[in-house]
Write a protein that binds this ligand. Structure first.
Ligand SMILES: [Zn+2]
Length: 251
């Protein structure tokens, strides 16, 4: 599955969970969308970009989109006084330790073999703890984004890497789980992307409808529009790139 599909599903799962969870301030929505999107992207941290031509691929574009999401989230927190950023700053060294340990963990995992440790429950638990140190409420939204990524990857073909997903890696059961229903850039991915995006829009509407009286909803709307627009461009560019690569290989 492509990176943009995972980010759409991660954010969709997180905002839906936030809507159903009951604690509805604009800050909760923004924090949940960010944490879910980060979770969806983090699981593919082992995907290398620079090895192939063109230099920035789907994984790189997805990471840039998520970095933009984090920046926009922080900016709207500051402008609309959502209170998440000030809580993170108030927790001082614990939050700083969480950020540093998350980044170090990601840097190490970047060099693990494709679709092995990063697509395991241990990865989600360890990185989830780091996120929880930064902002405790974000851990569950991050975890749902990461978990949805692993679940979606279960539908993949395993022919490319020779193995599927081992949920308890480094403990391996056979060739891992691969249901052989979708190719990364194929029709299944596209269908799942649009389902994920529809769920994200639905979760957002549900959230805003339930909690519209709890404060200014401008920040959630900005975040929702950003995700929908940016993921659209990431998808279009990645699809063009895949067609180009297929063309070069004479298909
Ligand atoms: Zn993956």
């Amino acid at each position: 599955m492509m990176g943009y599909t995972h980010v759409a599903w991660g954010a969709a799962g997180a905002v839906s969970l936030a809507a159903l969870g009951g604690d509805g301030t604009p800050g909760t929505y923004v924090m949940a969308a960010l944490a879910g999107g980060i979770g969806g992207a983090a699981v593919d941290i082992e995907v290398k970009d620079q090895l192939s031509n063109p230099k920035v691929t789907d994984a790189g574009r997805t990471r840039l989109a998520v970095l933009g999401l984090i920046g926009l989230g922080a900016l709207s927190d500051w402008i609309f006084k959502l209170g998440v950023l000030s809580e993170i700053i108030n927790s001082g060294y614990v939050a700083l330790g969480g950020v540093i340990s998350f980044l170090v963990f990601m840097a190490i995992c970047h060099f693990t073999p494709h679709r092995t440790f990063t697509h395991s429950l241990f990865f989600i638990i360890i990185s989830g703890f780091c996120i929880g140190a930064v902002y405790p409420d974000a851990a569950v939204y991050y975890a749902i984004g990461a978990l949805l990524h692993v679940i979606l990857d279960l539908f993949n073909h395993k022919v490319i890497e020779g193995h599927g997903v081992w949920l308890l890696y480094p403990i391996k059961f056979g060739d891992g789980i691969a249901l052989k229903l979708c190719k990364a850039g194929g029709t299944g991915n596209k269908v799942l992307y649009f389902i994920g995006l529809a769920l994200f829009a639905l979760g957002t509407v549900m959230y805003l409808y339930m909690y519209k009286d709890n404060g200014n909803i401008t920040a959630p709307i900005i975040i929702a529009i950003y995700l929908i627009v940016v993921l659209h461009f990431v998808r279009r560019k990645s699809e063009r790139e895949l067609r180009h690569i297929a063309h070069m290989h004479g298909h």
